[in-house]
Design a protein around this ligand. Structure first.
Ligand code: ADP
Length: 403
């Protein structure tokens, strides 16, 4: 029997999951069998799953009986029993937003780690509690599996103190108020693909632009992260679907002191009502904005491109030069106009765009003479989690699961 891994990404009212099978060979990428999600937990929830090969799909009508994460995972377990009767999971890999200052690698979850991650809740109050609720639910639903925590911050833990520190009194740094950087599993996934498919690019000075609903950039030197546009939280840096990105902190003081907004209202504004949605007043979705002829939609896209290009300039300074700019995630992989807009702004640094190759969606879309290579690389955070989880499963456990 095969070795199966489930990946979980637990949010406030949803659990996204994917099922992978270990491939032969220690370093081979696990094979995705299926993906799905339980949405609107606590409301009229919905369970959806589809096979990776498009062979089948399960899509339930809205149902009331999924009040919490534990019930959601019981639903996933029942689904698994149906599609793979008698199968047992070797591992469950969890996406955990925050690993704090100490966790630079994925780790097997035990009581001590769970308590440690609980202490990090104040650093990511909007995400960490839900991630941990997912872990607890999975411990109950899949007791036989090794549970592995994969942190979105881990890939960035090698940043220098200079790149981590805010210009605040030192005691704040010591208390954990630092630039952590996020989207680490995506960057790791892209770096692994670069190493495999473009080793000469991987060895150089690279900026990876993860442009999705959440968006950030990371500077990689020889495949290692040295700086990120995201900081203490996933709010910082680029304009995102609904998040504001970099903002003058004086604006927050103004909102609190003059507009008398409470902190909950400010958090809602910055996380949910800003970015492409707030600027356009139309949508957080790049496709919708690209299809609109409303000038406000154009303005939002222009701002998205402007902030991304400026951030690339900033990270190029950290890298002391730039050999390649790599685009990934929903917008980075699919929007030729956004890639072109950012690349054109970097022409003065030596980026020469191959317009036709970019429009065709080619993996490399810089001119042969370009000093900066321009690439598009698909990210797969779930496959990265599955790989990590498999690496941490002891060989004996795999044998037991395979029996
Ligand atoms: P998330 O951060 O939620 O994982 P994704 O990486 O899936 O987000 O990216 C979602 C974004 O990608 C949306 O703004 C969507 O409009 C955009 N996107 C997807 N396909 C296209 C496309 N063909 N052209 C432009 N934007 C696209």
């Amino acid at each position: 029997m095969s070795t199966l891994v489930l990946t979980l990404n637990a949010g406030s009212s949803s659990v996204k999951f994917a099922l992978f099978e270990a491939a032969d060979g220690a370093e081979a990428e696990p094979v995705r069998l299926a993906s799905g999600q339980v949405e609107a937990i606590g409301g009229t929830a919905r369970f959806q799953a589809r096979a990776a090969d498009g062979g089948w799909a399960t899509d339930t009508a809205p149902e009331e009986g999924i009040p919490d994460h534990a019930a959601a995972l019981a639903r996933v377990l029942a689904w698994l029993e149906k599609v793979r009767p008698g199968a047992s999971l070797a591992a469950v890999g969890h996406r955990i937003v925050h690993g704090g200052p100490d966790h630079a690698a994925p780790a097997v979850i035990d009581d001590a780690l769970l308590a440690d991650l609980e202490r990090l809740v104040p650093l990511a109050p909007l995400h960490q509690p839900h991630n941990l609720a997912g872990v607890r639910a999975a411990l109950g639903a899949f007791p036989e599996a090794v549970q592995v925590a994969c942190f979105d911050t881990a890939f960035h833990r090698g940043h220098s103190a200079l790149q981590q520190a805010f210009a605040l009194p030192r005691r704040f740094f010591d208390a954990g108020v630092r630039r952590y950087g996020f989207h680490g599993l995506s960057y790791e996934s892209v770096a692994a693909r670069l190493q495999r498919d473009h080793p000469e690019v991987h060895a150089g000075r690279v900026i990876v632009a993860h442009l999705g609903n959440g968006a950030s950039m990371a500077a990689l030197a020889g495949g290692r992260s040295v700086a990120s546009t995201m900081g203490f939280t996933a709010l910082d840096g680029l304009v995102m679907g609904t998040r504001c990105g970099t903002i003058d902190p004086g604006v927050l003081l103004y909102l609190a002191q003059v507009e008398k907004l409470g902190w909950d209202a400010i958090a809602k504004l910055l996380y949910e009502q800003s970015g492409l949605l707030g600027v356009s007043g139309i949508s957080n979705d790049m496709r919708t904005l690209a299809a609109s002829d409303d000038p406000a939609a154009r303005f939002a896209i222009d701002m998205f491109i402007d902030r991304a290009a400026r951030a690339a300039g900033d990270l190029a300074v950290v890298l002391e030069g730039l050999d390649a700019l790599v685009f990934t995630a929903g917008i980075g992989e699919n929007s030729a106009p956004v890639r072109a807009g950012i690349a054109r702004r970097l022409a003065f640094l030596g980026a020469e765009l191959d317009e036709a190759a970019n429009a065709d969606g080619a993996a490399v879309f810089s001119m042969p003479s370009s000093r900066i290579r321009l690439l598009k690389v698909p990210t797969d955070e779930e496959a990265m989690i599955a790989r990590h989880a498999l690496r941490l499963v002891a060989p004996g456990t795999i044998a037991a699961a395979a029996r």
